[in-house]
Design a protein around this ligand. Structure first.
Ligand code: 13P
Ligand code: SF4
Length: 301
């Protein structure tokens, strides 16, 4: 029996749902019940009626699913699948910033640990970061952990943003030189980049969007060629949704930890009901409110 068939059987037996991020390998996207961006996945997790959520993505995404469903079993098939940017932010540092800037509100990009989320007033994703910041009363914002996203938001708000100096290695690897070369080779292509990219890359693009925001942009566009400035497996999702359009990847834009989720470890997780995401109840309680405030605000792109 193929692993896909056994996964389908177990999913039924266990009443499980499989959620997968847009950067997952094609074979994982194929077995998922829902494929989407961080915000879409958090929304799906918050309304899941299955008993078990199998989360195919990185650690902070699986943790958010657990925080939004403390009574459900959330399985993360490979615990080494972590987001290096989320690991760049420490709750003790956030507490120091809060002390230094007591009138500031804290916005935590979902790419953070549960401990950092617990220090925040509200979470955001790349879809709604601008909307979240502008929804706050305070005119001073501590924004963790992505400096590029913080600087992107600063373009669309009069509030002062204090960025945490974190970054995504995958999106940092998308240089202006690479984008310029691709534009030369494909002069008619629309350039879409993720807001985790460097400011000069965002300046050179036609638009900056979350991964799902890119889908929405392409759906509404009459153009048929796009340079995609984000993780390469996004192109699998795009090609499936828009088979008549052409997508060009940026060389080297790979998130290695996203690829640690495989059919074998998804199958093993469903067989053994492990590894399970478990967090202290008091921590989940503190991290839940900022996540729910974000979900209530909805998409921004
Ligand atoms: P999205 O929310 O746009 O899917 O981005 C998540 C992420 O980790 C980007 O690197
Ligand atoms: Fe983290 Fe970057 Fe990978 Fe997204 S692409 S999960 S931000 S390392």
């Amino acid at each position: 029996m193929q692993p896909q068939e056994r996964i389908a059987e177990l999913k039924k037996e266990r009443n499980a749902v499989i959620l997968a991020h847009n950067y997952q390998q094609p074979e994982i996207q194929e077995i998922a019940d829902f494929v989407g961006d961080s915000l879409g996945l958090a929304v799906q997790a918050s309304k899941a009626d299955a008993d078990i959520i199998v989360f195919c993505g990185v650690d902070f995404m699986a943790e958010s699913a657990k925080i939004l469903n403390p009574d459900k079993i959330v399985l993360h098939p490979e615990t080494k699948a972590c987001c290096p940017m989320a690991a760049m932010c420490e709750p003790s540092g956030v507490r120091m910033l809060k002390k230094d800037f007591p009138r500031a509100s804290v916005v935590a990009y979902v790419n953070t640990s549960a401990e950092c989320k617990a220090e925040a007033d509200i979470c955001c994703t790349s879809s709604n970061a601008v909307k979240v910041v502008n929804s706050l009363d305070s005119d001073l914002i501590i924004f963790i952990p992505d400096e590029n996203l913080a600087n992107y938001v600063q373009r669309f708000t009069d509030k002062d943003i204090i960025p945490w100096p974190g970054y995504c290695p995958t999106h940092e690897s998308i240089s202006l030189k690479k984008i310029e070369k691709l534009k030369e080779e494909h002069p008619k292509a629309v350039v879409l980049v993720h807001p985790e990219c460097r400011p000069e890359v965002i300046d050179a693009a036609d638009a900056a969007r979350s991964t799902e925001g890119m889908l929405n942009y392409i759906r509404e566009s009459d153009k048929d060629e796009f340079i995609i400035g984000t993780e390469q497996d996004m192109i699998y999702r795009l090609s499936k949704e828009f088979p008549d359009k052409r997508f060009i990847e940026v060389p080297g834009a790979v998130c290695p930890t996203m690829k640690l989720i495989t059919l074998d470890n998804v199958l093993a997780a469903l067989e053994s009901l492990s590894p399970e995401v478990n967090l202290p109840p008091e921590l989940m309680e503190k991290a839940q409110a900022p996540l729910e405030r974000m979900i209530a605000l909805g998409r921004g792109d």
